[in-house]
Ligand binder design. Structure first.
Ligand code: C2E
Ligand code: MG
Ligand code: MG
Ligand code: MG
Length: 288
């Protein structure tokens, strides 16, 4: 692409692109340092069973405590980490920390860790997962790995083989942000997975939106037919919760119950709630 326009002056877009590239380079440099000093760490958001109300597991969501910018959210640095390949080291660190933390949670609570498609490409994912399980002593059944439909777009036999190998270990696979990808339904036959997480864009306001209701019903019925667990993401209101429960959705996750919290805060919450399937104290933990 030409850097100059027809009059030979600099393109209108160039300063912007430069600033963008510069800001990404800055994030990259700082991210490398953060990795070296192991300051990235997962926060945990509980998943609640819609029958009974107990916590079934928690999702690990990476956070970056930044000296000047406070807590940086993954939306800002995961894309940079993916472009630079740093996501592999970040992913491994998050996985190790999540397994270590979860091994000390009470009861049978599982931990869900997000995987980037790139982590399937480097070839050492199996070893990373097995190491994390071994070092922590976490039983494989209590580890869930979240993948997205973009991974399936590649239709790679290596990806399918890795997913089968992970499941053979006893690890479970969840399809995250379901409904937002571009892949066809046919991949659902060739890819092994255990859970569908309905994207929050369909869940938001579902209790009074006919179109969202039609989509969520279709996903629930698809999930039931496939015999997988169905989880709703981003549940913020009692009305959404009640609608989802009435439709037979199995699990929910969202600010109605709790945001992602540091491990010690999460442990306090789990201790207070008790592990014996006690109902989650919705109103007590709701974010203001
Ligand atoms: P995700 O895996 O779909 O995670 C759900 C996101 O929705 C989280 O944002 C969570 O804080 C947010 N959320 C949960 N409940 C609600 C709600 O009721 N309302 C609203 N508005 N939002 C809610 P977060 O933590 O900023 O993470 C964003 C995305 O970054 C994640 O989406 C995931 O794709 C990615 N991510 C996070 N941690 C990791 C990681 O360790 N590795 C990789 N590869 N990706 C990660
Ligand atoms: Mg996720
Ligand atoms: Mg999601
Ligand atoms: Mg998402």
């Amino acid at each position: 692409r030409a850097k100059t326009d027809s009059r030979g002056s600099f393109s209108f877009f160039e300063p912007d692109m430069d600033a963008r590239a510069q800001s990404r380079r800055k994030i990259e440099t700082e991210l490398r340092a953060a990795l070296r000093h192991e300051v990235l760490r997962p926060y945990y958001q509980p998943l609640i069973a819609l029958s009974g109300g107990g916590v079934t597991g928690c999702e690990a969501l990476v956070r970056w405590p930044h000296p000047e910018r406070g807590m940086v959210s993954p939306g800002e640095f995961i894309p940079v980490a993916e472009d630079t390949g740093l996501i592999n080291a970040i992913g491994a660190q998050v996985l190790r920390a999540a397994c270590r933390d979860a091994a000390r949670w009470p009861g049978d609570i599982s931990v869900a860790v997000n995987l980037s498609p790139l982590q399937f490409r480097v070839g050492n994912l199996m070893a990373t997962v097995m190491d994390a399980l071994k070092q922590s002593g976490l039983p494989p059944r209590r580890l869930e790995l979240e993948i997205t439909e973009t991974l399936l777009l590649e239709k790679s036999s290596q990806v399918i083989a890795t997913l089968h190998a992970l499941r053979a270990l006893g690890v479970r696979i969840s399809m995250d942000d379901f409904g937002t990808g571009y892949s066809s339904l046919s991949y659902l036959r060739s890819f092994p997975f255990d859970k569908i997480k309905i994207d929050q864009s369909f869940v938001r306001g579902v209790s009074d939106n006919r179109e969202a209701q039609a989509i969520v019903r279709a996903i629930i019925s698809l999930g039931m037919g496939l015999g997988v667990t169905i989880t709703a993401e981003g549940v913020e209101t009692e009305a959404e919760l009640n609608w989802l429960r009435a439709e037979g959705c199995h699990e929910a996750q969202g600010f109605l119950f709790s945001p992602a919290r540091p491990n010690d805060e999460l442990r306090d919450l789990l201790d207070r709630q008790g592990t014996a399937g006690g109902a989650f104290p919705v109103s007590a933990s709701r974010v203001a």
